[in-house]
Design a binder for this molecule. Sequence first.
Ligand SMILES: O=C(O)C1=C[C@@H](OP(=O)(O)O)[C@@H](O)[C@H](O)C1
Ligand SMILES: C=C(OP(=O)(O)O)C(=O)O
Length: 446
Amino acid sequence: MQNSPSPQTFRPASPLRGSIAVPGDKSISHRALILGACAVGETRVSGLLEGEDVLATAAALRSMGADIERTGDGEWRIHGVGVGGLLQPDAAIDCGNSGTSARLLMGLVASHGITASFTGDASLSKRPMGRVIEPLSRMGAGFTSSPGGRMPLMLEGADPAVPISYRLPVASAQVKSAVLLAGLNTPGITTVIEPVPTRDHSERMLRGFGAQIEVGEEDGARVIRLTGQVDLQPQVLTVPGDPSSAAFFMVAATLVESSDLTIRNVGMNPTRAGFVGVLRDMGASIEEVDAREVGGEPVADLRVRHAPLTGIEIDPALAPSMIDEFPVLFVAAALAQGTTITRGLEELRVKESDRLATMAAALTSIGARVEENENGLTVHGTGGEPLRGSANARVKTHLDHRIAMSMAVAGLASRDGVEIDDASPIATSFPGFESLLEQASSPEAA
Ligand SMILES: O=C(O)C1=C[C@@H](OP(=O)(O)O)[C@@H](O)[C@H](O)C1
Ligand SMILES: C=C(OP(=O)(O)O)C(=O)O
């Protein structure tokens, strides 16, 4: 999974035009495989993201007894083992670069009477797992982790597990989902209290699979109650396009003059769509065409035309609904007129890289003016003047796909182009990114 580094240069582009579709949503794809593996019978999924992160989840579920088969391009079939039916894996579960695989699968395993070790790449091995170790231990699971609650770690599941009521101390859909997935095979009611709402794909899909789940509001917090040990029914699912992947093309088309690009089939779940509103507030021209529902999720085609941007102050309350889009938002801000101020983004420090430090260094190295604060960046834009580019030093991406793609977009809006040190992590979430970029900016795309 960890390829040798593959440097790549992204040069100023011709306008992005025509119509493209981005790959399936990563969060929804992980969950479709996991819940399919917990149902008895055949679940069919189309539009599944075939990125390395999702493939790591598929491999893990196979190693615990689920029968998972690729039947065509994005078409997958899963024969599940039923709630509580996972088997002891023979080897360590390798989650590669994927925090979602690690945390959601730990939740799932925590309420089975099996033992599993979890490993990952150099990036994942630095990320905090204490946030799931803590609630899952309260449910009865045992953990032996590397120092600081890191991976590699060994998980001894509990059967029966103990239902808990857990108030999320961090706004994290991965932690919420880990507790809910553990709750699937836990007798009684598992409760998650979410003071700040995060993406709700788990709740939507659990309901779709027939889980007994109630979502309400109490004292301004979302409260999710799941009754355990209820059978799940296999489903036929269609995964919408990933809004976090679409964000790179939204910014690229906004920045490159004369662009007029339609991105088809983009997920517009309100818990994910914060970025579209923020980019519009900065002046972007994004039109939603044919808003509809696909697989229980709101979806639209987005027509994005070049427009000048203005710096703004971003409301920290929007952070969870656009958390993975900040790296590319910083690129947009670097080309805007005036200053963009962001705060409340401490979670960015524990993603695939420290995304505040990495983006501050990357943008500064290509000529942008950026100040790094404890919990955000302040970016002084050029007012549309191209950034210098990475004349003689490769930009460091720290095994982080979103940094690689953000700096690729920065290359399109630079004078000399941007060379990144390693494009291989892009395949974790967006296989085909480079060819789609070429396709959208080729003169025939119009
Ligand atoms: O639940 C999910 O699918 C995800 C939740 C977010 O992480 P956190 O839960 O750590 O915020 C996000 O950054 C990640 O890309 C996917
Ligand atoms: C944070 C991300 O993913 P994960 O946590 O699954 O590694 C991401 O895709 O930006």
